[in-house]
Design a protein around this ligand. Structure first.
Ligand SMILES: [Fe+2]
Ligand SMILES: [Fe+2]
Length: 157
């Protein structure tokens, strides 16, 4: 379990680092840097969300008390996908882009805090012998999604 948990925490750290870089660009004059750093954020964030939804979460819902928590996470994910999509389309030169980014940052930080608090307990439901398989499939899904993201010229996100 340690490996999966460490990897999830490490990915969360990378997402937070990328959010900090965007928060350091409050001026619309930095729109080119915003474009670049936002693309990097999507590259670490979206494959992570996809792998959690497709691979990890289905393993965690068998505990009835965790089912509520997973539904809550899926609702948060839906908001994050929506924000990502909207901020992708909105001009990085727009005066309200930074405000939108700040809202997305808050949602994501809140979500990651909750996952990091709950995962050590929630992951114990996965059978020891299944863990490695889940971990490998999680990594594969991330790679698959990242490729899809890079190959797409007109991304919905
Ligand atoms: Fe998540
Ligand atoms: Fe996560």
């Amino acid at each position: 379990m340690e490996r999966l948990l460490n990897d999830l925490n490490e990915q969360h750290s990378r997402i937070r680092m990328q959010l900090a870089k965007l928060e350091a660009l409050p001026s619309a004059d930095d729109w080119e840097k915003r474009e670049l750093e936002f693309a990097k954020l999507k590259d670490v964030l979206l494959p992570h969300l996809s792998a959690e939804e497709k691979i990890l979460f289905p393993h965690l819902v068998s505990d009835p008390s965790d089912r509520w928590q997973i539904n809550y996470y899926l609702e948060q994910h839906a908001l994050i996908w929506k924000s990502s999509s909207e901020l992708s389309e909105r001009s990085k030169q727009a005066q309200n882009w930074g405000a939108g980014m700040r809202v997305m940052d808050t949602i994501i930080q809140n979500h990651l805090d909750s996952e990091q608090e709950q995962y050590p307990h929630m992951l114990t439901i996965i059978d020891e012998k299944n863990l490695e398989k889940v971990y490998q499939r999680f990594l594969q899904e991330e790679i698959r999604f990242r490729k899809e993201l890079q190959n797409r010229k007109t991304m919905p996100w």
